[in-house]
Design a protein. Structure first.
Length: 82
């Protein structure tokens, strides 16, 4: 899967108390429906806020399987401290 203009998915949140963007929800649902698919995120302007990366779960920057950051939040907190 190639998500061109991936920055349009920012605004996704996994917090049930907050409303996600429609595009962000769709991108995350599609990734979950195709767990074996390779993913490419293409955007020149997505990183105005590190937390806008939440929909990019396939980057492997957080999660118990491969990193020391169990959650996206712990990864974002670490980056924001530095």
């Amino acid at each position: 899967m190639i998500f061109d203009e991936a920055h349009k998915a920012k605004g996704y949140t996994d917090d049930d108390n907050l409303k996600s963007s429609i595009v962000g929800d769709a991108v995350v649902k599609l990734q979950k429906k195709c767990p074996g698919a390779r993913v490419i995120y293409v955007s020149a302007t997505f990183a105005s806020n590190i937390r806008d990366m939440l929909f990019m779960e396939r980057l492997g920057l957080w999660g118990t399987k491969y990193t020391s950051f169990n959650t996206a939040g712990s990864f974002f907190d670490f980056v924001e401290e530095k």
